[in-house]
Design a protein around this ligand. Structure first.
Ligand code: HEC
Ligand code: HEC
Ligand code: HEC
Ligand code: HEC
Ligand code: HEC
Ligand code: HEC
Length: 429
């Protein structure tokens, strides 16, 4: 379902008339690769990795057993299981990944044995295309090719924080003026003394500079400048809440789920690359796993019981009725004012910005807090410093293709609909 939606929203690339041609080409290319050699195509590998992360990583790891088995070497395992009913082992593997029931129902022995091997079952991925599956397999067979996996979660420390603002500069400037006043007063006093000595006048005891009228006026002006700055500063920060960390109704830990168990962010926050908002997962998503997992390492059954009571879980029949469920009231942490338009898809999908760049190392947080200031300076500073990611980016590839087709006279006009103008999210929040 997620895939279906992301395809629909991701970009008009998928809707363009030439998509079938493009997909056919990529398919041929990826098949060519499989026959040719073990050299890894970087772009395909990267696509495979991101498909794997968003669809499979919740249960699988290429190299280690999780809810599902380790997947490295899986192609060879299915090929070794042999042909059946006119389909090769590889083709049965594709069938399994799309809908394991079809492979089991088809009577393929390896699949039948596999299905009975573990207490939980695969999700269905009926919308995954064969070329996507090939990309995923390319990744799981070569998990260490391409960029190091650690880059995925590392926080981009070069990410611009809030603009320093006038703060530091003003303090420095005021300090400098103050110093200048003291030095100048010192110099005039000294000159006065020299002149007096030269004229043979007796040295008069001068009033110290901090008792002079001029100094008092300067001090007063300084107080006004400083006080004014502070007032303006306080009001522009009003409503901002960097560091905000409310207590949530269920002690849900990102460190445990996204950190220890490496569940992909978008398994739960699945709309982050499709639309304006990133959703908070429904209880149904929690129950995908918590039907089986009723006890946690820290709170035992206490916290998970709250999910059960909210969905009305019947432990004997192992069923629940979402119609009767009462939603958990999570306290919202991030909240921009209504007059600011922020779109997750624009950043996550088109801009390829990592969640952690804006939200910090969420996968290490027991309780989520607001990492970034969410000030205007923060947005603007990043826009000044961040390069647009044009290469291997579906979002821009679609535009490039339109330009090319216009030039090659394959098409003679481009409507707003062709560049996404009928997508619901473009007009609706
Ligand atoms: C909800 C958990 C879950 C998700 C998500 C999931 N799987 Fe699985 N997968 C399993 C389980 C469990 C098994 C073991 C078979 C069984 O018990 O039904 C399995 C088995 C497999 C197998 C057979 C492994 C072997 O050794 O032959 C393959 C291949 C596979 N999964 C691929 C994938 C791919 C590709 C994705 C993502 C598109 C995916 N799975 C997503 C749970 C999952
Ligand atoms: C198993 C599901 C799950 C996974 C995986 C997950 N989250 Fe969450 N996330 C939640 C839930 C539930 C909440 C609401 C409760 C809370 O704030 O802790 C939430 C809250 C958040 C919030 C705060 C939202 C607000 O109220 O402003 C952010 C930001 C966030 N998640 C980012 C991430 C990132 C980044 C990752 C991956 C590193 C991730 N999440 C992985 C379930 C998940
Ligand atoms: C993809 C699987 C998965 C999903 C989805 C999931 N969890 Fe979990 N959850 C786990 C695992 C694994 C554990 C740890 C079990 C263990 O270590 O024994 C766990 C443990 C917990 C615990 C116990 C923590 C403790 O330390 O005692 C709570 C509470 C919890 N999850 C809440 C949630 C909530 C709320 C959601 C939905 C927003 C959710 N989980 C979604 C896999 C999942
Ligand atoms: C460019 C910075 C940026 C990136 C990248 C980013 N977020 Fe956000 N996120 C924000 C801002 C800003 C808000 C507050 C939005 C609002 O109040 O309308 C937010 C809010 C959220 C929320 C609360 C619900 C909402 O949409 O208001 C969740 C959950 C969330 N982000 C998760 C994620 C996840 C998961 C990722 C990665 C897939 C991610 N974010 C990537 C900046 C970012
Ligand atoms: C970590 C860096 C980063 C931060 C922080 C950030 N952005 Fe962006 N933003 C980007 C990138 C990268 C793009 C370009 C995406 C693309 O290729 O179209 C972008 C694009 C946008 C666009 C679309 C511009 C256009 O005309 O296509 C809007 C609107 C936007 N950001 C709003 C915001 C707001 C509002 C905030 C602060 C709440 C914010 N951004 C914070 C990196 C950032
Ligand atoms: C080009 C902009 C645009 C696009 C794209 C768009 N809408 Fe709308 N939509 C509107 C406007 C404007 C209204 C308000 C109409 C009114 O108040 O009479 C609206 C109203 C609605 C309403 C409220 C009911 C109604 O008829 O007033 C729904 C539901 C809706 N849209 C759903 C969708 C869905 C689903 C999609 C995607 C298939 C979509 N919209 C795409 C502009 C758009």
């Amino acid at each position: 379902m997620t895939i279906l939606f992301s395809m629909k929203f991701q970009h008009n690339l998928y809707r363009s008339k030439n998509f079938t041609l493009t997909s056919l080409l990529t398919m041929l290319l990826s098949m060519g690769f499989l026959f040719a050699s073990a050299e890894v195509d970087k772009a395909q590998w990267a696509d495979g990795k991101s498909l794997f992360k968003s669809n499979c990583a919740a249960c699988h790891n290429p190299k280690a057993d999780g809810t599902g088995p380790a997947l490295m070497g899986v192609t060879a395992r299915w090929e070794a299981a042999g042909d059946f009913k006119g389909k090769t082992g590889k083709q049965w593997l594709h069938t399994w990944i799309k809908n394991y029931n079809d492979a089991v129902g088809g009577g393929y022995k390896y699949a039948v044995d596999m299905a009975g091997s573990r207490p939980s079952a695969m999700n269905l991925f009926v919308t995954l295309k064969d070329e996507d599956i090939d990309k995923i397999l390319l990744y799981v067979e070569n998990p260490d090719a391409g960029t190091p996996a650690t880059a995925q979660v590392a926080v981009d420390t070069t990410a611009p924080k809030e603009a320093e603002g006038p703060g530091a500069t003003i303090y420095l400037f005021v300090g400098f003026l103050f110093l200048l006043v003291i030095i100048l007063v010192g110099v005039t006093n000294h000159l006065d003394k020299l002149v007096a000595e030269k004229n043979g006048e007796p040295a008069v005891a001068k009033t110290p500079f901090y008792k002079t009228g001029n100094f008092k006026v300067a001090l007063f002006l300084l107080a006004i400048v400083f006080g004014g700055y502070k007032t303006v500063d306080t009001f522009t920060h009003f409503g901002r809440q960097q560091g905000y960390q409310p207590t949530q109704p269920i002690k849900f830990s990102h460190a445990l789920h996204a950190g220890t168990h490496k569940i992909d962010c978008q398994y739960c926050h699945s709309t982050a690359n499709q639309g304006k908002h990133s959703n908070i997962p429904s209880l149904n998503t929690c129950m995908n796993c918590h039907k089986q997992i009723s006890k946690g390492p820290k709170y035992g059954t206490e916290e998970i019981a709250k999910i059960y009571s909210a969905v009305g879980w019947d432990a004997t029949s192992k069923t629940y009725d979402l119609g009767k469920a009462k939603p958990v009231e999570w306290t919202r942490i991030h909240n921009l004012p209504d007059h600011v338009y922020f779109n997750h898809a624009q950043h996550v999908n088109a801009g390829k910005v990592k969640c952690q760049t804006c939200h910090g190392n969420i996968q290490e947080m027991e309780e989520v807090y607001q990492y970034a200031p969410l000030s205007m300076g923060w947005c603007i500073n990043c826009h000044r410093n961040t390069e647009v990611q044009f290469s291997s980016n579906n979002y821009y590839a679609a535009y490039e293709k339109i330009h090319k087709d216009l030039k090659d006279k394959k098409i003679d006009k481009v409507t707003v609909a062709d560049v996404g103008g009928t997508e619901c999210q473009r007009c609706h929040y």
